[in-house]
Write a protein that binds this ligand. Structure first.
Ligand SMILES: Nc1ncnc2c1ncn2[C@@H]1O[C@H](COP(=O)(O)OP(=O)(O)OP(=O)(O)O)[C@@H](O)[C@H]1O
Ligand SMILES: [Mg+2]
Length: 425
């Protein structure tokens, strides 16, 4: 490889059944400041574990077909610079800003290895990336749900590019842990359960985004979709949305982490390819990587989410906004609960989702969704039933929003996002 230098070799750990274990070594190659590629090799003792999980389902499979030779050094599929599974454990837009703030570094100036190592003890999923395979876990003290007010202040300072004062430094660990662009932090409640707190952004001048997101998620739950528990808290005049982290669960006092990858990773593609992929492509991957007894349920759920997104004009439904959780018992991937669903008000009658829907591409209509029923393993009758089930609830969205105390002015602001089924045929 011409003029490429290994930047660093890092230790990759994974939390299995309550403990971190070393999984393998990741080497990053760069050319000048740019990450060019990376290489991974599993530890042989890791591969011998009965509970070993694949760090990346596509490039680093350890069960079934496509298993690379034991002890081999592997590069990511499709010329990706990073393995998708590792990319999902790295900070995204928001987390990078938090890390830069802590390290007093300019925007996007740090090497990828630093972003990978600095994502904190509560990063998404079950992976941890450390300086070496001998390095101990960083012990984070986490942030308490009681301190939301301080976390919100710290988030606002980071958004504004201002330094974070020492009394708000708890935020650094809590704030860098999850992906996505919007301000957020991970907090624990009095029982020790973990929540993702999503804050208003300073640019949200038009509406109360956390309140509308939380209420839309509840509406999706009423429509039969698999939605985590969602709460809202009023901090001063601002709403914070809290969503239970589905990649963590407490069992007999031990916090377990669930290995999670995005649909971007399951499809083995680069961020820029997301708008050229479809819900049908995700359904294909469910059949390939899913668990036999859950494939029908996961495909139906995915179809239901596509239909819901059409009704509420959630056109930010990119491949990082769908995820899969590893099931160590059945050695396969299950569609995660729903997250990041936000209606977008607009005047245009003709609307598109981010991902492809059916025969008419990304066009956000029920006819287009129904044209694709077979790609989800559905019969036409079953697809119609799912549309009816979602529509029966979404048609009453105003009543639900009023029931959750969304003020009338906010309801009016969001109203044009909600579409009537008769306009979508
Ligand atoms: N309830 C949850 N449990 C576990 N992980 C979650 C949960 N909700 C979100 N995530 C993870 O955190 C990431 C960021 O969350 P989310 O997508 O809601 O943020 P966002 O900033 O609004 O994203 P975007 O940049 O897509 O607008 C998700 O991509 C997903 O990996
Ligand atoms: Mg998101």
């Amino acid at each position: 490889m011409a003029r490429t230098t290994p930047e660093k070799t890092l230790g990759v750990f994974i939390h299995l059944d309550g403990d971190f274990v070393p999984a393998g070594l990741l080497t990053l190659y760069k050319q000048q400041a740019e990450l060019l590629t990376s290489r991974f090799s599993y530890g042989l003792r890791y591969l011998d574990r009965p509970n070993a999980a694949p760090v990346d389902p596509v490039s680093l499979a350890i069960h079934g077909q496509d298993v690379p030779e034991r002890g081999s050094e592997i590069f990511p599929v499709e010329g990706l610079t990073l393995f998708g599974g590792i990319r999902d454990a790295a900070p995204d837009g928001w987390g990078r800003r938090v890390i830069e703030s802590r390290l007093h570094a300019p925007l996007n100036s740090l090497p990828e290895s630093v972003y990978l190592m600095e994502a904190g003890s509560e990063r998404a999923g079950a992976l941890d990336i450390r300086p070496s395979i001998q390095s101990p876990a960083k012990v984070g003290h986490g942030a308490n749900i009681q301190s939301l007010e301080y976390l919100l202040q710290a988030a606002e300072r980071i958004e504004a590019g201002l330094p974070v004062p020492t009394n708000l430094e708890d935020f650094f660990d809590a704030g860098s842990s999850m992906g996505g662009m919007r301000p957020k932090a991970t907090v624990h409640d009095a029982n020790g359960d973990l929540w993702l707190a999503k804050f208003p952004a300073t640019t949200d001048t038009l509406m109360d985004v956390p309140l509308i997101e939380a209420t839309t998620m509840r509406l999706a739950g009423e429509a039969g979709l698999n939605v985590p528990t969602v709460r809202t808290e009023e901090i001063g005049h601002k709403t914070v949305m809290l969503i239970r982290r589905f990649d963590r669960f407490l069992q007999e006092g031990v916090m377990h982490r669930r290995h999670m990858v995005s649909a971007l990773t399951l499809l083995g593609c680069h961020e820029s390819e997301s708008p050229h992929r479809s819900y049908g492509d995700i359904a294909n991957r469910i059949r390939r990587y899913g668990i036999t007894e859950w494939i029908v349920a996961d495909q139906e759920e995915l179809f239901g989410r596509m239909v819901f997104n059409i009704f509420v004009t959630n056109d930010d439904d990119h491949l990082r906004n769908h995820a899969f959780l590893w099931d160590g018992h059945d050695h396969g991937w299950r569609l995660s609960p729903l997250y990041d669903v936000m209606p977008r008000p607009m005047l245009a009658r003709e609307r598109n989702l981010h991902l492809g829907v059916g025969a008419q591409g990304r066009l956000a209509t029920i006819d287009n969704a129904l044209s694709a029923y077979a790609r989800f393993g559905l019969t036409r009758v079953r697809a119609d039933e799912i549309v009816d089930q979602v529509w029966r609830i979404v048609r009453q969205w105003r009543t639900y929003f009023e029931g959750y105390d969304v003020p009338d002015v906010e309801i009016e602001k969001i109203a044009s996002a909600f579409q009537h089924i008769d306009d979508l045929r």
